[in-house]
Design a protein around this ligand. Structure first.
Ligand SMILES: *Cc1c(COP(=O)(O)O)cnc(C)c1O
Length: 465
């Protein structure tokens, strides 16, 4: 075994392409049809145009990008995806993707173990967290027809939108001063008898808030409500319960008691986009998937993913990339856990620095690796102007000096429940939000904080005089 070191896609890709070419060569040579030929000079120029056009983006790959939930995949995933894509298996059916269907089953078992779900689970990878959630809400509708979906006001907007798609009423439950679903408000809704499924978010997209799952489980069971957990963003924090607040850890520990769960390997699982997952804690729901297809399933009688998913074609390369990544970074505290834990520590570190600042203040204590904060100003309109100016100014300098942040919209009432009272002269205002999802962020926090404080002072000077 060699010592661990950083690897690049450029170093890994030639080897895997050679491996795939070796497979192809065993079938004998053939001539590529002339219609598929290209002019190499023209192509070089188009590819060069492509790379220069791709420069029109925020630098998601750099630790100085601490804005939205964006980062490139690990080079291991890129190499595995590239190799597999050259064969382009389709995990809709075993015939479409023999090797990658088996890899997908293996990664699903690892996800099931991470969440403490039933070994007799049902589930699969998806193209996205959106389709994964849609599928869980659809099953909820089939089981509790005519009943509504409850989700928190801070949950992902996909839940109310998918309620519309499914023709199911949705009810937004109030959140508390930490952005978590309010138990009392949820219980009142349960008491009406109209709720069929509750969506519990562990790691809201905006603030990384953790809904009180452990307390929701007994209430939901009492009222016969299905429990769907949306951990599209926060799922992999299940590996680092020791880094979380005791409360948040208690709610993650309740995951095994729920009915379905969604996680996005394309968020915290080091994967390229196109990799979500949905898991059901029992196979009983398989009856809802019954359908016949005359043209796909023939060579194998084993279960095809197409028989238990809403989507049809799906990239076998996604399963292969995740499989390879988890070989290098298993779903353990010492594996992928070591990659997500520093972001959580970075958020706490930054929260500590901002709490001491004379120009900035925290919006709330982070529960995962998302930190929201704001300049110390007098009114909502000032807050909005200064926040936007910080966002713009911090990114508007020479590239190595840039800091990339994001903003988040709040109301005066949401600030007030957090003890921040501003003159209510505008319905909403932007505050600052940073997703610290790269392990490199931990070390960079003091420097980023220094920069953000400096830009905040300048933004206040520019906007408020
Ligand atoms: C990102 C996210 C989604 C949507 O998933 P996509 O993969 O973007 O389609 C849903 N819920 C939560 C909590 C998320 O963070």
């Amino acid at each position: 075994m060699a010592e661990k070191r950083a690897v690049t896609a450029a170093e890994l890709i030639p080897g895997v392409i050679a491996g795939i070419d070796a497979i192809k060569s065993t079938y004998g040579e053939w001539d590529v049809h002339p219609s598929m030929h290209v002019d190499p000079d023209a192509l070089r120029s188009v590819l060069s145009e492509l790379t220069s056009r791709l420069d029109d983006a925020f630098p998601f790959f750099h630790p100085q990008y601490a804005g939205q939930m964006l980062k490139p995949p690990h080079p291991v995933a890129v190499a595995a995806y590239t190799a597999t894509m050259l064969l382009n298996p389709n995990n809709h059916s075993i015939d479409g993707g023999r090797a990658t269907t088996i890899m997908e089953r293996e990664v699903l078992e690892q996800l099931v173990t991470m969440f403490g779900y039933n070994p007799d689970y049902l589930g699969h990878l998806t193209w996205s967290g959106t389709t994964a959630n849609l599928e869980a809400l659809w099953v909820g509708r089939e089981i509790n027809p005519g009943k509504a979906i409850a989700h928190s006001k801070d949950s992902h907007y996909t839940h109310s939108r998918m309620g519309e798609v499914l023709g199911v009423e949705t009810v937004a439950i109030a959140t508390d001063s930490r952005g978590r679903m309010d138990l009392g408000a949820l219980e009142s809704e349960f008491a009406t008898g109209r709720i069929g499924t509750v969506v519990v978010t562990l790691g809201t997209t905006g603030l990384g808030a953790v809904d009180p799952l452990a307390d929701i489980v007994p209430l939901a069971r009492e009222h016969g409500v299905r429990i769907h957990v949306d951990t599209a963003y926060g799922g992999f924090f299940a590996l680092v319960g020791d880094e979380l607040d005791a409360e948040a850890a208690r709610h993650y520990a309740a995951i095994p008691l729920t009915d379905s769960i969604v996680v996005d390997p394309h968020k915290h699982g080091l994967q390229p986009y196109g990799c979500g997952a949905v898991l059901f804690n029992s196979q009983d729901i398989i009856t809802y998937y019954k359908h016949d297809s005359p043209y796909t399933y023939f060579a194998s009688t084993d279960r095809h993913f197409g028989e238990i998913q809403l989507e049809c074609s799906r990239a076998g390369a996604s399963a292969a990339a995740l499989w390879t990544t988890l070989k290098m970074f298993p779903l353990t505290r010492a594996g992928l856990g070591e990659i997500v834990a520093p972001g959580r520590r970075a958020a706490m570190l930054w929260h500590g620095l901002v709490s001491e600042s004379d120009v900035l203040q925290p919006y709330q204590v982070p529960e995962l690796d998302i930190f929201a904060y704001l300049p110390r100003v007098e009114s909502m309109s000032e807050l909005d102007r200064v926040s936007h100016a910080i966002f713009e100014m911090a990114a508007d300098t020479t590239r190595p000096q840039q800091t990339h942040l994001a903003t988040y919209v709040v109301t005066a009432a949401q600030l007030a429940v957090r003890g921040i009272d501003l003159i209510d002269d505008a319905p909403t205002a932007r505050i600052m939000r940073s997703v610290l999802m790269k392990p490199e962020h931990e070390e960079l926090v003091p420097e980023m904080h220094w920069h953000v404080e400096m830009w905040s002072r300048r933004a206040m000077e520019r906007e408020l005089g």
